[in-house]
Design a protein. Structure first.
Length: 531
């Protein structure tokens, strides 16, 4: 069994999205590598040079280079991924990946499974964009945590995040660079010490960029990636079911909000625990988590591991919802095919073959799905349990901090996590109760006619309204299409089609009778096929 791949340019909106994001990514990579040079040239405390964290930092930024190349490939060209190619179910014009069939006419084997998984996976350009943005954000948080650990940052600034313009706007606006011997607000270094350092011009923006001057570009890039991801994945179902697509997009909105505040909660907790585990006594907010030193799941390394695990689990969540929607789409397609085969067999007379087809298509379409169509529900339950287990320590730690420091940021992180889990339960409860979905899988006659209007022949040749074409008949072969709504001509055409009379003659002509019209009978000949 072979595989054919035909590369095509992606849609124009995807191409421009790719170009603009690549420009932003290139600039962010430049800033990241420049920061790395400054980190290595800084005067760290004796024995406090962060070799491991600097290695992780530069590795995460280096990974962004091949990811950007993949982002360019999948964004500029169609890859066979439905969501990434901006295609919709029941409205795909071309197939980028085609598998050849075996002697029995079947597509089976491992290659077909891999193709199906790739075809229905999340949108690749947007998914890569999200991963790249997270790599850059997490890499910066690792180094900011080292600033907190070694005293470059005040312990009172552990709650400073990328959303300070929301939670600490008054303090942010009142903060100015100090003069004289006063210390820089938020940093354990005087202006005289900074002025005397050979790295002073470069070190100042390095220390201040994450706290004073609005939203960092890395965080803006992350928000753009989430918006693009949340828009493209539900759009796959827009053609077949707008209601399901809207429900999907609402879940994706909650998913993106949970991703944003989940990152903020991780950054706060990681700074605190990185300082706690490397200090003789806790400082600032760390004093409220002093009991957690004996708990392994509050170790800084474990916090990073649980955050990455929660990201993976939350990424699988939309895939489970997509699989549910595709199962319902598949059931609608199979039911439609079964109905058509039953109609054909009932009009074609009684025979052994028609009885076989009737028996073959009376089985329930859900029988052909994994676990009778309940596999997405099972995955959703397992995901819910795993996410609760992974997120519970973080939520508990944030609740302890909020008991002592009633900050709106901490409360928002807790509430967003709870809302995400609660809406996940409500969503799948609703989907379980709603068993039947009506998906628009068939194309109306006027839709097909509108696509191929330029090559149509027949007595319907004007700008007809869709209502005029509801009962029309369309016959297509190669680059020819014949359209008619005459009842006598339709019956004659169908009769010849069923008996296969279109193979022998060079040209075929059909007559149109006026039937009940008062004018005399006329004959209109139209060329149908050129074989």
């Amino acid at each position: 069994m072979g595989c054919a791949f035909r590369a095509h340019l992606n849609q124009i909106c995807s191409i421009w999205y790719t170009v603009l994001i690549l420009c932003i990514q290139s600039y962010l990579l430049y800033l990241g590598f420049e920061r790395y040079k400054l980190y290595t040239e800084m005067k760290w405390p004796t024995g406090g040079y962060p070799h491991a964290w600097l290695t992780i930092y530069i590795t995460l930024y280096a990974v962004c280079i091949p990811l950007s190349l993949l982002f360019f490939s999948f964004g500029f060209f169609k890859s066979g991924n439905i969501a990434g190619d901006n295609e919709k179910l029941a409205d795909r014009e071309d197939r980028v990946i085609e598998l050849s069939t075996n002697r029995k006419g079947e597509k089976s084997g491992c290659l077909h499974t891999v193709k199906s998984c790739w075809q229905h996976s999340p949108p690749m350009p947007q998914q890569i964009h999200v991963v790249t943005a997270l790599c850059q954000l997490v890499a910066q948080q690792f180094m900011i945590a080292q600033f907190c650990r070694h005293g470059f940052v005040n312990s009172g600034d552990f709650l400073n995040t990328e959303l300070d313009f929301l939670y600490q706007r008054a303090r942010q606006l009142a903060t100015n660079l100090p003069m004289g011997e006063t210390r820089l607000a938020g940093f354990q270094i005087t202006t005289e010490e900074l002025r005397g350092s050979p790295l002073a011009p470069n070190l100042l923006p390095l220390l201040m960029n994450f706290r004073l001057f609005g939203i960092p570009l890395e965080f803006v890039n992350f928000i753009i990636a989430l918006i693009a991801y949340a828009s493209s994945y539900p759009a796959v179902f827009w053609r077949v079911s707008k209601s399901f697509s809207l429900i999907f997009s609402l879940h994706m909105f909650i998913h993106c909000v949970a991703m944003i505040w989940g990152y903020l909660g991780f950054s706060i907790l990681f700074r605190i625990q990185e300082t706690n585990y490397n200090s003789l006594r806790p400082v600032g907010l760390g004093q409220y988590l002093v009991q957690s030193r004996n708990w392994p799941f509050y170790h800084p390394y474990v916090i990073v591991l649980t955050y990455v695990t929660s990201l993976v689990l939350m990424t699988i969540g939309p895939i489970a919802l997509y699989s549910y929607g595709y199962n319902k789409y598949f059931v609608n397609v199979m039911s439609y095919q079964a109905k058509n085969h039953l109609c054909v067999s009932s009009t074609g007379g009684q025979s052994e073959y028609s009885d076989y087809k009737r028996r073959n298509y009376t089985r329930l379409p859900s029988r052909e799905l994994c676990c009778d169509g309940y596999a997405p529900h099972t995955i959703a339950i397992i995901l819910l349990v795993l996410i609760v287990v992974v997120r519970a320590p973080t939520i508990y730690a944030l609740m302890i901090l909020y008991q002592h420091e009633e900050k709106p940021l901490l409360l928002t992180c807790i509430v967003v996590d709870v809302i995400y889990l609660f809406t996940w339960i409500l969503l799948w409860l609703m989907l379980t109760l709603k068993r039947e979905w009506s998906f628009n899988i068939a194309h109306a006659v006027h839709q097909i006619y509108a696509l191929q209007k330029g090559i149509a022949s027949g007595h319907i040749m004007g700008n007809e309204n869709p209502s005029q074409l509801k009962n029309s008949l369309i016959v297509m072969q190669r680059d020819h299409m014949f359209v008619t709504d005459d009842q006598a001509l339709k019956q004659s055409l169908l009769r010849h089609l069923q008996h296969g009379y279109f193979e022998a003659p060079e040209e075929m002509y059909w007559s149109k009778s006026n039937g009940n019209q008062s004018s005399p009978s006329t004959r209109l000949y139209k060329r149908l096929f050129t074989l």
